[in-house]
Design a protein around this ligand. Sequence first.
Ligand code: GTP
Length: 236
Amino acid sequence: MAFKRILLKLSGEALMGDKQFGIDNNRLALYAKEIKEVVDQGVQVAIVIGGGNIFRGIQAEEGGMERTQGDYMGMLATVINSMALQSALEAEGVYTRLQSAIEMKEIAEPFIKRRAVRHLQKGRVVIFGAGTGNPYFTTDTAASLRAIEVEADVILKGTRVDGIYTADPEKDSSAKKYDTISFEEVYEKGLNVMDMTAFTLCNENKLPIIVFDMNTPGTLKRVVNQETNVGTLVEF
Ligand code: GTP
């Protein structure tokens, strides 16, 4: 059976496609098509997207910038990506609403949980921009928080690999993919699924996570329809 309400977490870097910086329009259009497929199926979709293709707070700190300043710049980068994704979805005929954790009412609604839920119930894709609105939190944490707030069934983390592996599959060819794994095992093995704040938020609120390959067309739909062994399910 398909999930009814999902929170899709997309990485900002993935939007670059083969570019070194910014947004690859082909990749953006591909994502919009993938999302439209599941919306057309009647699934309620909320989205959080990162900003690393435009700005990374942590690197700015390494360059001497104050951490909080860098983090706010990163949040603004997520708003740029959210707006781009909103446009791409609208070009596909999908109804969307953008809500921002930092008030910028000329371009986005403020984040209001009850309103977000109403939008979802009406079949609109709700994109949450500006992370949690606070420095020191990642967009993975924003995704976990929003997923819990809007009572999503699951958080779907779209990546460029098809799941969680025993080791980094891009570095170790003997690495094996887990079809399912428990939260405890992820802690024990020190696997890198999300940062610990985000991961623990999911664990404490009984929110399952599925890590999957967002770049292979059709995979999102398969994950949403709970086909077995697509991606890795982190469960209880
Ligand atoms: P319903 O109440 O279900 O009809 O939802 P709605 O989103 O259509 O209601 P509303 O009339 O509040 O919004 C109409 C449009 O204005 C939508 O595209 C909203 O995203 C947008 N909108 C609403 N509030 C704000 C805001 O504070 N800032 C910006 N930029 N847009 C807003």
